[in-house]
Design a protein around this ligand. Structure first.
Ligand code: SER
Length: 315
């Protein structure tokens, strides 16, 4: 059997460094190359790192070939809020880079590809509560449009060429080790930093805006569980719904208050409110649970305790 060698693209983002560490623990630090358009930050400096602009297809192929890469995790993308600042660029970056990776997987016969989709692939007429795996998808952001189109491309490459591509529709991801980069769910990260630093937070979504969310530890676990699952168990080749919790700003604020009693929150919704209002409030992820045994570990209370403990120790 070929030795597993992993390339992670977009490692400098919110998920990248934590996923890189998860990959180190499975495949060994020498068998994982993380990459991003930026210089390596933080923990990424401890492992193998290549600076890569994924839009340079030749460089991507060169990196894959010269390192005998067998698996690619492609995380580089513009997110929902930043994508709206430059829709044409968001489309180009998110779509073309995915096609480069899928084509490379086909042409170079890679073993597996991972690519993230998102709850942003749903839209205003999607059922909002317990959103099913298969349902109406009418995204209104350019980011969401690229996720829906990307899902179709993933399934196309699987059906037509047998590329073993796997994907999850992430909810808002919450971690404390790296800052998110321009998403609508970012408030749920920022609130913890501001709670510790200032004991107050001005939220860009309204108090009762429910969104599906997930702690970073669970997101890494879900990703690695899916990628380690036997191919025949991975029945959905577009992207799996995945879920662990759902809450609104008022709820996260009251959970934080249990640890920081004088914490206060104010609300000043901006353009991201419209984006959030177009997304599901909660997700039905029974397909992931049934097909490859997905189980989450963190709810709002456990996550809050873990983040505040760790952040409190840092500042
Ligand atoms: N967290 C992402 C965003 O808000 C959704 O995938 O853009």
């Amino acid at each position: 059997m070929k030795k597993t060698k992993v390339l992670l693209i977009g490692a400098g983002g919110q998920l990248g460094s934590e996923l890189t560490q998860g990959l180190w623990s499975i495949y060994g630090i020498d068998n994982v190359i993380s990459s991003d358009i930026k210089d390596p930050q933080g923990i990424l400096k401890e492992g193998r790192y290549e600076k890569l602009d994924v839009m340079q297809k030749d460089k991507l192929y060169e990196l894959l070939k010269s390192n005998d890469i067998t698996q690619v995790y492609h995380l580089a993308a513009l997110l929902s809020a930043t994508g709206e600042q430059d829709p044409r660029w968001a489309w180009k970056l998110n779509m073309e880079s995915l096609l480069y990776v899928l084509e490379a997987a086909h042409e170079l016969k890679l073993d597996k590809v991972y690519w993230p989709s998102s709850i942003a692939a749903f839209g205003p007429t999607t059922p909002k509560d317990s959103t099913p795996q298969d349902t109406i998808m009418d995204p209104t952001t350019v980011y969401g449009i690229t996720k829906l189109a990307g899902e179709r491309w993933c399934e196309y490459f699987f059906r037509r060429y047998g590329v073993d591509v796997r994907s999850l529709r992430y909810p808002g991801l919450i971690g404390y080790k790296t800052q998110p980069g321009g998403g609508t769910t970012d408030y749920a990260v920022d609130i913890y930093f501001k709670a510790i630093a200032n004991k107050t937070y001005e939220c860009f979504l309204s108090a009762d805006t429910y969104l599906p969310m997930m702690y970073m530890n669970d997101a890494v676990k879900a990703t690695l569980d899916l990628m380690e699952a036997p191919a025949e168990k991975v029945k959905v080749r577009s992207s799996y719904n995945i879920s662990s919790m759902s809450f609104c700003p008022a709820q996260i604020a009251s959970t934080i208050k249990k640890h920081i009693p004088d914490f206060t929150i104010t609300y000043k919704p901006d353009f991201r409110q419209t984006i959030a209002d177009s997304w599901p409030k909660s997700i039905d992820d029974s397909a992931a649970r049934n097909d490859w045994g997905w189980q989450h570990q963190f709810g709002l209370a456990e996550m809050t305790e873990d983040i505040l403990k760790n952040l409190g120790n840092q500042v």
